[in-house]
Design a protein around this ligand. Structure first.
Ligand code: AMP
Ligand code: MG
Length: 462
């Protein structure tokens, strides 16, 4: 499968998994201060007009447009209105102006605001000042004095009319959005100190390999410390989900099967290693024996070619009702609200997605990013987000073999609109150290043998 087709396959399953996750209504309330990264399970609705009053966007003078059609115009300053004052505090009559501050309500009678920069306040004692060489004007408002309008404005300038941003009752944010700082600001402004969010999916992480040892152990000469479980936990948590790190599975079917079954109790199972063509790559075999259905086994990408995606039916454990995934695959065995209730004595079956990610650390990270992340987002109830590549100018020629879409560790530099990218030195997908030198992936299409320096190329954020 090409990269694009494989990604599409995941996205299709993700769409169904998401619909089912929403249907399951598995939600909880969290404090706004703990809501970052969580997925909204309710819409955020304007509880009043936005802005709730005609709000000045400049410091200046609230006036009637008619009075400033011809400039300069001298208006009588009848008072001042600042942020927090009532709009009824003072009214603007013909030939009058009210000194107004940013954030203040437009006083009645006024229909526009002149910026203070376009005005002058003739000082009451201008003549005396001039005699003393003290200058004749100052820019601060002077109540009951006069203001000189130097530049005309039309009606409706420098304020936002009441309700122009949103009307009371209007949906500001749909359910399904992941809460970032800007959505948190919206929640705060509609007074939501607690929010209904989807429960975080639990993701099991199962690293496999006879050579892989726990990080606390002293590795033998041909052993490798388990880094994949740790990078995956970090990626899972970054994606707003909860990670469950399982023991390392040896390349032996019995124990591997036990740990896979343990992992299938979670909402998603991520395995690493054991999906290549080697004699001891047993992951696919054991999953098949457990009745797994495979959506793909391999994608035309580098790194990450052996990546496997599929789903497995498991018996309900009772602790994690999940009709969601069953429904997503059309395997529904029961109503969505009674996932764990067996019918006619038969145990309810649940559907669990899994990814078999290749064991090479860079492959593990890239395939998580490309495939596991969108499914995980969907299981979180999040609306789909497109995978967007940035554009940068290639610094030096790159040669590759055709046939695979490549995601190669690279360094992006330059700034603003002048991004440049070059490959990081690396020894292939086992080279973790190279990642410390890289800050992005250079994405090369499968049909190019040579990409020349100076060409615009695609770049994926890590
Ligand atoms: P595999 O996909 O099982 O063929 O493994 C490919 C390469 O990744 C081998 O060199 C493994 O030693 C290495 N590897 C597999 N699992 C891990 C892991 N959990 N942490 C670090 N390296 C690993
Ligand atoms: Mg292995």
């Amino acid at each position: 499968m090409s990269f694009e087709v494989a990604r599409r396959v995941v996205e299709e399953h993700a769409a169904r998994a998401r619909a089912a996750a929403i249907e399951s209504r598995s939600t909880e309330a969290v404090d706004l201060t703990a809501a970052r990264g969580r997925v909204l399970a309710e819409a955020l609705v304007a509880d009043r007009d936005f802005p709730p009053f005609a709000r000045a966007t400049r410091d200046g003078y609230a006036v009637r447009a008619k009075d400033v059609e011809r400039v300069p115009a001298r208006l009588q300053v009848v008072g001042e209105i600042k942020a927090g004052d009532s709009a009824e505090k003072i009214a603007v009559g013909a030939g009058q102006a009210v000194s107004i501050m940013t954030g203040a309500p437009l006083p009645s009678g006024a229909n526009t605001v002149v910026m203070v920069e376009n005005t002058e306040n003739p000082h009451p004692n201008a003549a005396q000042n001039a005699a003393l060489g003290w200058g004749t004007v100052e820019r601060s408002g002077s109540a009951n004095g006069f203001v000189e309008i130097l530049r005309g404005v039309i009606s409706g300038e420098n304020f936002v009319p009441r309700g122009a941003e949103a009307r009371v009752g209007q949906t500001l944010v749909e359910a399904g959005r992941r809460l970032d700082h800007s959505l948190i600001a919206i929640a705060a402004s509609v007074g939501k100190s607690r929010l209904q969010v989807f429960r975080r999916p639990r993701v099991a992480v199962l690293s496999t390999g006879d050579e892989v040892v726990e990080i606390g152990a002293t590795p033998g000469p041909s052993q490798i410390r388990n880094s994949n479980s740790y990078s995956l936990v970090a990626q899972i948590e970054d994606a707003g989900a909860e990670a469950v790190r399982l023991a390392i599975a040896p390349d032996e079917p019995g124990r591997l099967r036990e740990l896979i079954l343990e992992g299938l109790a979670c909402d998603l199972l991520l395995l690493t290693g054991g999906v290549s063509m080697g004699k001891y790559d047993l992951v696919e075999q054991v999953l098949s024996e457990l009745g797994a259905e495979f959506c793909f086994t391999g994608a035309k990408i580098q790194p990450g070619k052996p990546v496997v995606f599929g789903a497995c039916k498991v018996e309900a454990s009772g602790s994690h009702p999940n009709a969601a995934q069953n429904a997503a695959l059309g395997w529904g065995t029961h109503g969505s609200d009674s996932a764990d209730i067996s019918r006619a004595g038969a145990p309810a079956l649940h559907n669990r997605y899994f990814f078999g990610l290749p064991g090479n650390p860079v492959s593990t990270m890239v395939t998580f990013r490309l495939f596991a992340q969108p499914l995980l987002a969907a299981l979180s109830g999040a609306s789909p987000e497109p995978l967007v590549f940035l554009s940068a100018r290639l610094k030096g020629d790159v040669r590759t073999k055709t046939g695979l879409t490549r995601f190669l560790p690279a360094v992006i530099s330059g700034e603003f609109a002048n991004a440049e990218v070059e490959l990081a030195a690396w020894q292939g997908s086992g080279d973790i150290a190279a990642l410390a030198r890289a800050n992005c992936y250079l994405v090369l299409p499968p049909d190019r043998e040579r990409v020349a320096a100076g060409e615009m190329v695609s770049v994926m954020a890590p």
